[in-house]
Structure formats: structure tokens, C-alpha cells
Design a protein around this ligand. Structure first.
Ligand code: G3P
Length: 221
């Protein structure tokens, strides 16, 4: 499973790269606004930071077909690793077909049901982003939609997409994503940090180091 960071924060991306745990980045208008930056300059800086082999999703702000296609072309020209994020609305799905035929990679966003993912897959999206945490918040089983998408992608060879498990909130989301074969999990930085953590790792390390120090003291070293 690839790990993407769901952030527009440069320091967080730099730390994840340093750990060797950043295979790509996803942003959305909220995340860019949180950094107080314009979409274009933020996306260009992130693309340069992560390098050409890691995809960076930048979302369109338009909601009508012509404007979505125009913004998609503009974003694709920002850097070679830009993936254009397009929302799952009728005008968006129509634009996905056009934009994918131009050879521009698409991340279909704001997916809350496997049927919506199927529409994006048929329109040529490269990535399908079901929002798991937000589905859970609304009282649905977010992971069920990911499992259903993984199943139809396995069954139909002509649907050539990767699942980005999005709106991931918990370690359990990551585990269940690996179990059903989600290709990518995009996660906020704090979730990436949580993946390191287990109390027994810390307790075990303290004991190893204490035992070795005690032996050295005994030997007068
Ligand atoms: O970027 C898309 C998605 O991952 C947002 O997640 O945490 O705002 O529900 P969240």
C-alpha cells in the first residue's frame, strides 16, 4: 500500500519524506486555505519538494463542465506530477471523460458511495477517493464502500483505477484498507505518526537499553 500525505503543510511533507513514508500528496481547498496560501504556488512548491515521481493532487474550484476542463488543463501545466482532483458531480464526471482523454491524470474526489466511484471509473479517472471518515461521521460504514470498489476493480479489467482511501482518521482504517486491497491511503500527518506508536515498543526499547547500560556499569565501563 502506498502512503500519501493529505496536507498542504510543507513541514509535514518534508518530515514524511525524511522518514521515507511519503509516496505522494493530496490537497484540497480546505487544506490549502488552512496554510493561508494560493492553490497554484502551494501546489508548485509541493510538486518540487516531492519530486517528479510522486503524484500531487490539486483540486479544481470550478463546478461547470467548461470551467472544470479549463482549470484541469491549467493545473496539469503547473508540474509534471500534478493530478487534477475533480468532484463527483454530473458536470465533474462529464469533465473527467474529456480531461482523461487529454491524458491528464484525475483524482475523483468527494466519493461517498461505490456507485459514485463506478461513474468516475467509467469516465477514465486514474484515482478514486472514497471519503471513509466522513462516511463514518454520517453513520455509514465508510470502509464498506472501499471494499465494494476494490471488488469491482478486481472483477472488471477495463476499469483501470487505483483506490485512494481518503478521509482516513484511524489506524483501523489503514488496516482495513490493506485487507481489502486499497492501493493508497492518504492520511493526515497525525495519523502517519500514530502508525509508529505502540506502548510495548517504547517499553521494550527502554528495557533493552537499560539492560545494556546495567551490564556496562557492572563492568565499570
Ligand atoms: O482530502 C480529502 C479527504 O482526505 C479529506 O478528509 O479528514 O477532511 O474528512 P477529511
Amino acid at each position: 500500500m502506498k502512503f500519501f500525505l493529505d496536507t498542504a503543510n510543507i513541514d509535514e511533507i518534508g518530515q514524511a519524506l525524511d522518514w521515507g513514508l511519503c509516496d505522494g500528496v493530496t490537497t484540497n481547498p480546505t487544506l490549502v486555505a488552512r496554510e493561508g496560501r494560493e492553490m497554484e504556488e502551494a501546489a508548485k512548491e509541493i510538486c518540487e519538494l516531492v519530486g517528479p515521481d510522486r503524484p500531487v493532487s490539486a483540486e479544481v474550484l470550478a463546478v461547470e463542465y467548461d470551467a472544470i476542463v479549463k482549470e484541469a488543463q491549467e493545473r496539469a501545466a503547473w508540474a509534471e506530477n500534478i493530478v487534477v482532483k475533480i468532484p463527483l458531480i454530473p458536470e465533474g464526471v462529464k469533465a473527467m471523460k474529456t480531461v482523461s482523454e487529454m491524458g491528464i491524470p484525475i483524482n475523483a474526489t468527494l466519493i461517498f458511495a461505490s456507485t459514485q466511484a463506478l461513474l468516475a471509473a467509467k469516465a477514465g479517472a486514474t484515482y478514486l477517493s472514497p471519503f471513509v471518515g466522513r462516511q463514518d461521521d454520517a453513520g455509514f460504514d465508510g470502509m464498506a464502500s472501499v471494499e465494494q470498489i476494490a471488488q469491482f476493480l478486481r472483477m472488471y479489467d477495463d476499469l483501470d483505477c487505483e483506490i485512494i482511501l481518503a478521509s482516513a482518521r484511524t489506524v483501523e482504517h489503514v488496516i482495513r484498507g490493506t485487507q481489502c486491497g486499497a492501493h493508497i491511503c492518504t492520511m493526515p500527518f497525525d495519523l502517519l505518526q500514530k502508525l509508529f506508536k505502540h506502548p510495548m515498543t517504547d517499553i521494550g526499547l527502554d528495557k533493552f537499553l537499560a539492560d545494556y547500560r546495567a551490564m556496562q556499569e557492572e563492568l565499570g565501563k
